[in-house]
Design a protein around this ligand. Sequence first.
Ligand SMILES: [Zn+2]
Length: 268
Amino acid sequence: MAITWDGRGSMATRAVARWRSRGTGAGRWRRAQWLDGGHAGRARTETKVIKINAVIAHLLAPHVPRAARALGIQRTVAGGVALTFDDGPHPDGTPAVLDVLDGAGIKATFFLVGEQVERRPALASEIAARGHVVALHGYRHRPQPVLRGRVVDDDLARGAAAIAEAAGVEPVWHRPPYGLYSPAGLEAACARGLKPLLWSRWGKDWRRLTTPERIAGRAMRDLGAGDVILLHDADFYSSKGSHERTAEALKLIVRELKLQKTSTVLPL
Ligand SMILES: [Zn+2]
């Protein structure tokens, strides 16, 4: 089965495969068998899980708007363009992004990772204090489809608690790592009152071989009111130093938004 994204397989699928290849513990294989239904051999399970993940990634990928709509997953906003940043807070990336946003008078949404919030709670608090939305990415940065439903639910609870403790705000918006929801994960998020928000534009700023110009160009291509732009203010789960390119790209993006007189909004 070939599921493609820019001809190279989806980011999410590759992320799942990469994450899975990092260990072979019994727990991980039990999680694999949750997707497989239980009793297949290890090799067959591996293949099948990756295929299932590919299907899930494809179904919930933002370039399949109809699928996202059918599942009730929001990927656009009303009234303007929304800037969103995943994977922080980061000691260098987040302040750099905040300064660019403040300089442009733009408010954005930050999907925070609980384990990073616990390491630097003051930064999570500062994001909220500067008028931005703090949202939940997860407690750890793991793809939902390789986790059991209960584990995902615990992860959501722990991540939300970390944000509430640090920033004094209960997160409302949620975006899972890699934009990947498992059926149980989507159900758990909704049961907790979290509102899923994916994206409709991205800069692919996690890549090692990219430039601020390419990131900005990709994010701004065919941009229109309602688009949600995905960027990353941290390099914890992407190529080293990626946040530096993101901060530079953001300067180009906000300049272009001003030139086009495109307004920015927060998700409502
Ligand atoms: Zn992420």
